[in-house]
Write a protein that binds this ligand. Sequence first.
Ligand SMILES: Nc1nc2c(c(=O)[nH]1)N[C@H]1C(S)=C(S)[C@@H](COP(=O)(O)O)O[C@H]1N2
Ligand SMILES: [Mo]
Length: 368
Amino acid sequence: MEERPLTGIGPPGRIAAPGEGIGHDELALAARNHGLPLEAMRYEVTPAGLHYVLVHYDIPETAPDPDTWRLTLRGRLGTPLELGLRDLRALPSVTHRVTMECAGNGRARLSPRPVSQPWLVEAVGTAEWTGVPLRAVLAEAGVAPDAVEAVFTGADHGVERGVEQDYRRSLPLPVGEDVLLAHTMNGGPLPPQHGHPLRLVVPGWYGMAHVKWLRDIELVDTAFGGYQQATAYRYKQSAEEPGEPVTRIAPRALLIPPGFPDFMSRTRVVRPGPVRLAGRAWSGYGPVVRVELSTDGGNGWADAEVLPQGGHPYAWQGWHADWTALPGSHTLLVRATDASGRTQPLEQPWNRGGFGNNQVQAVSVVCR
Ligand SMILES: Nc1nc2c(c(=O)[nH]1)N[C@H]1C(S)=C(S)[C@@H](COP(=O)(O)O)O[C@H]1N2
Ligand SMILES: [Mo]
């Protein structure tokens, strides 16, 4: 359905007051939408159940009748198409290993804090997505010369900031050759929470572009102005300005938490002596070419060893460094730089939506 106003249900977009703690509204979102347990970065490919999850509304009914379920393709196309699950599975498929990250990752660390899903740093995961290149399907249908964008609609429905809507996002045409209609995750059917039976995968882009429960693709001849495109997911300093669209993933490195944790604070405990520090680093703008590590809270930095991409251009890269831990308290920092020259800031990059906060991670370690 078309988006329509449905006001007076939720609060307007809000920035937390100075010192205001996480509220029950944010806690309810955090309990629904889980992150990657950081120790799971030890797996190159994240087991599906450990991959982070972000669902704006409800997970829709995800046991469609394989005989009647259809993906519809319409709009500025030579031939409108309807594809069933068997049709999609019969088409030539490719597999991409893709690191996906929510654009709101890091939001809860911002000050002041935009009130929304309160991610710290854990909204990331890497999966092997198998599916049909969207380009091939569009070529089959024939893209009209005046088509400028493809609009993707999910089967989920809700209301957000006073707008009732289906979850809907667009991509400019032509879409990248790596964009997939994915029916398989890590070799099995998509789990319900990850978009069963079909989702879009847009390697290198933040999560919001990867529309789950995909049921319709419409080619349009004017830029899509829907809520998730034109209002949400924009880098804005004030609510009034249009802002710049959120697109590709900014570089980030994270540490696989060393040693063992304290239950409440998650402070890490390591023994004195040699400690291998390792983690993952990624960027939507090309390979990570450098990871720097500071073991003294940012006074001194040294290069870690970054592993090559190894045939997986859309996936995170491993990195490691050796540290000799001395008794006492330490703050470890890591910073990634990608081939485009983008790097992670030491100061928070603040915007109203809390998007793209890739400020360097600081990990507290006690050596005893
Ligand atoms: N239909 C639909 N697609 C969606 C969403 C949604 O709420 N509905 N959330 C988006 C956001 S914001 C993110 S970060 C990713 C999360 O994908 P995952 O849950 O598979 O990790 O899905 C995207 N695709
Ligand atoms: Mo997201």
